[in-house]
Write a protein that binds this ligand. Structure first.
Ligand code: CMP
Length: 152
């Protein structure tokens, strides 16, 4: 059954530097996501390395860490019905050349490495990744069953 859940999105340094943050957040809100927390951060090498621990050893890992520490990024806790799956759909394929028309990566990404936005890829990772950036008390106005409609 569809349920209201949280996922983590990150507006990556290429999009922040390129002045696309507002357009990306607007796109997410139009897709039914509600922002529950967001903070502009410049990741340290240790933080980026820990966040992308799962990719350690892959050929693109060093470049990924270098890129994610190259400037500020905007981690966001995003809430929606079936948030993880919907965010994956809305952002599009890793490589913008392969992303569907109208997706965030098709609209705003430059390349597979500089691809504008991150999204958690499973519910377990969403919980880990939201917790990586935000304490529970920072998840403002978390759903109490009264103020959110059920866009599905
Ligand atoms: P994301 O899915 O947010 O997290 C892993 C990132 O690694 C991915 O986005 C890409 O930006 C980056 N990356 C760079 N090169 C590759 C590659 N060859 N295959 C997969 N991901 C890559």
């Amino acid at each position: 059954m569809a349920s209201l859940s949280l996922t983590l999105g990150i507006v990556k340094p290429d999009a922040v530097e390129g002045g696309k943050t507002g357009q990306i957040v607007a796109h997410l809100e139009q897709a039914g996501f509600v922002l529950r927390a967001a903070r502009l951060v410049r990741l340290s090498e240790a933080q980026a390395g820990a966040f992308y621990e799962v990719h350690r050893g892959r050929p693109f890992y060093a470049e990924l860490v270098r890129f994610m520490t190259s400037g500020p990024c905007l981690p966001m806790a995003l809430q929606r019905i079936d948030a993880v799956a919907h965010l994956r759909t809305v952002i599009g394929a890793t490589d913008p050349a392969e992303a569907a028309a109208g997706t965030i990566r098709k609209l705003f990404a430059e390349s597979k490495g500089r691809n504008a936005i991150h999204a958690s890829d499973s519910q377990d990772n969403a919980e880990r990744e939201v917790g990586f950036f935000f304490a529970e008390g920072e998840l403002a106005g978390l759903w109490d069953g009264k103020n959110v409609d059920s866009k599905g």
